[in-house]
Design a binder for this molecule. Structure first.
Ligand code: AGP
Length: 605
């Protein structure tokens, strides 16, 4: 959701910024722009609605260069996608240029006051108020100005700021939105995310809320809001540039699906003896809690929903709730110091999930996060953090991060069961072995890619596709449905099989596909009878599961999954579901990695 990149150094900033913006495309955007500090002491600002290719076209007709610049991909919140609403925004006097990620909640009041003083606004955005306010306050010290502006802003922001009067100084500040500072031999960077700077450096500082970074060509300094200097550690990113590139695949999503055996192995290893996550899982005294609440958004919520079944079955924990973070944050949930709140987030920056975590902490709950991005807000603010080893996930539709979240949740549930005295060590060993067998079984499903692709190619014409399952298969049906709708734009819903007859079955007609998931042996008969009910009303069924006895015919197709313990079967079902969605969308020729209206990291409410 909006991407920021800025550079000050000895090289030409323009290609560096454009390349950095390309690495941030996955975040979702509808317009882009760049401001460069020219040698003659002016800014060149080029902004364009649409894709980065359009901005590059504009730059080809309006070439520019300079040693310092800021760039931005905008995901519209206030004001339509347009050239004028794109960032960077520059103040009336052309002195200060700003890129902003986030939402300024009090922008109307600030705007009215500035307009009353004669300031003219060129856009409908909340962000422009930052540039105008900065020019209004500027008295010769850009850092002091940024502090003054930040103190007036309500809402969330990550800012990159340049001033024509201070030619080699790039300022960054943030609150509730990510910003990293990259340090390289030829110059320094600000960016929304690590992939934007990886070609130049793997040395980064993670900026915390209300911290200011002052970047020059050969130095980076940090200050608090009282302008006192701060020391911040320089951290080494372990992701390589290859991790953040497509590596010959047509889409990041397919590459990330195919990476799952490896990242699952790495993640499971991290939770086995000697692994970093293992040490932390062992430290958690689950017996100290009388309630577990899992909160997250989207797919991460679905991972939490799967975990509920597992925690219940393995640990017999008395109270386990799973709640959407966007709801939890506004509920008056009964939680206290005896509640463990598990927060799941790939990015670690989802605004609703952060708010839910903070709400839980304010009530005294202990927070345990499962996060993919090191240095992210949730990773830093939660009491305990387990890191998934998924590597950078670029496609908006999550695949490998989801799978690694499940893997850590399995390991957590197994350990909790032992700690609670519900599981003998021999069973623990068997179950850990089952989890450790998942990467090979995932590989076996990836080996069926051609058959899944072939079936998916027959599904592009469906107007609606339903997903059904029972028990843990229902939990993973939710993820299958979300995956399909976000990238294929086909209407889709997931239902517990038993709910069909309570309403949904009225939607079943000739042109409907029902994907039935069945890995729970004791419920196989029930889900097959649901399948028969919809087939007799004209639907076709795709059965995904480990039941070899189902015989395919012209109304029933099957994807057979390897045998695995029922509780861990979501990790196998989801691979077939991801491939199915991917190939439906690919056959429709859609922009799979950047689906319309969606952003990778939802940093606004
Ligand atoms: C998944 O494919 C989605 N793009 C989305 O639902 C995502 O899982 C959700 O926005 C939560 O993101 P997070 O894991 O970064 O918090």
């Amino acid at each position: 959701m909006c991407g920021i990149i800025g550079y000050v150094g000895v090289k030409d900033a323009v290609p560096i910024i454009i390349e950095g913006l390309k690495k941030l495309e996955y975040r979702g955007y509808d317009s882009a722009g760049i401001a460069v500090y020219r040698d003659d002491g002016f800014f060149d600002v080029v902004k364009q609605k649409g894709r980065l290719a359009a901005l590059e076209g504009r730059l080809a007709n309006h070439p520019t260069q300079g040693f310092m610049g800021i760039g931005h991909t905008r995901w519209a919140t206030h004001g339509e996608p347009s050239d004028a609403n794109s960032h960077p925004h520059v103040g009336n006097r052309g002195k200060i240029a700003v890129v902003h990620n986030g939402i300024i909640e009090n922008y109307k009041q600030l705007k009215e006051r500035l307009e009353a003083k004669g300031v003219c606004f060129a856009s409908q955005t909340d962000s422009e108020v930052i540039a105008q306010l900065a020019e209004y306050y500027y008295k010769g010290d850009i850092m002091e100005t940024v502090v003054k502006v930040a103190n007036r802003l309500e809402g969330s922001y990550a800012l990159g700021v340049m001033c024509v009067d201070e030619p080699a100084t790039l300022i960054a500040v943030k609150k509730d939105n990510p910003l990293i500072i990259g340090v390289s031999k030829h110059g320094n960077f600000i960016a929304s995310d690590v992939p934007a700077v990886l070609r130049h450096t793997n040395q980064v500082h993670y900026l915390d809320d209300k911290e200011i970074a002052v970047l020059k060509m050969d130095s980076v300094q940090f200050f608090n809001m009282d302008q006192e200097p701060l020391q911040k550690p320089l951290e080494r990113v372990t992701w390589s540039l290859d991790d953040a590139e497509k590596g010959g695949y047509p889409h990041f999503m397919l590459k990330e699906i195919m990476e799952q055996p490896k990242v699952l192995r790495d993640t499971i290893q991290s939770a086995i003896n000697g692994g970093k996550n293992k040490a932390l899982i062992d430290r958690l005294d689950v017996a100290a809690f009388d309630k577990i609440v899992i909160t997250a958004c989207g797919s991460a919520y679905n991972a939490g929903f799967v975990a509920k079944y597992i925690l219940e079955t393995l640990c017999g924990f008395p109270s386990i709730e799973v709640e959407l973070a966007s709801e939890f944050r506004y509920r008056d949930a009964v939680i206290n110091g005896k509640t463990l709140v598990i927060v799941i987030s790939q990015s670690g920056e989802t605004a609703d999930t952060i708010a839910a975590m903070r709400e839980a902490k304010s009530k005294g709950a202990v927070t345990l996060s499962i996060v993919n991005v090191v240095g992210s807000t949730i990773a830093k603010e939660s009491d305990f953090c387990l890191f998934t080893a998924a590597g950078p996930e670029i496609a908006v539709a999550t695949t490998k991060a989801f799978s690694t979240q499940l893997a850590l949740l399995y390991m957590l549930a197994i350990r909790f069961a032992v700690r609670l005295g519900k599981m003998p060590q021999a069973t623990e060993r068997d179950l850990v072995e089952e989890v450790a067998s998942l990467p090979d079984k995932v590989e076996a499903i990836l080996g069926q890619i051609d058959a899944i692709q072939k079936f998916a190619s027959t599904c592009v014409g469906y107007k609606s596709i339903f997903f059904i399952g029972r028990n843990i298969d229902y939990a993973i049906a939710l993820e299958g449905s979300l995956k399909l709708k976000e990238i294929s734009y086909i209407h889709s819903e997931a239902y517990a099989g038993g709910e069909l007859k309570h309403g949904t079955i009225s939607l079943i007609e000739e042109d409907t596909l029902v994907v039935a998931i069945s890995n729970c042996k004791r419920l196989h008969g029930k889900i097959m009878s649901n399948a028969e009910q919809v087939i007799s009303r004209g639907a076709k069924v795709l059965l995904i599961g480990n039941h070899s006895e189902a015989t395919p015919d012209e109304r029933l197709s099957t994807i057979l999954l390897p045998e695995v313990h029922e509780l861990f079967s979501p990790s196998l079902s989801v691979i077939a579901l991801q491939l199915f969605s991917y190939y439906v969308a690919a056959n429709k020729g859609l922009d799979i990695d950047k689906p319309r209206n969606l952003a990778k990291s939802v940093t606004v409410e």
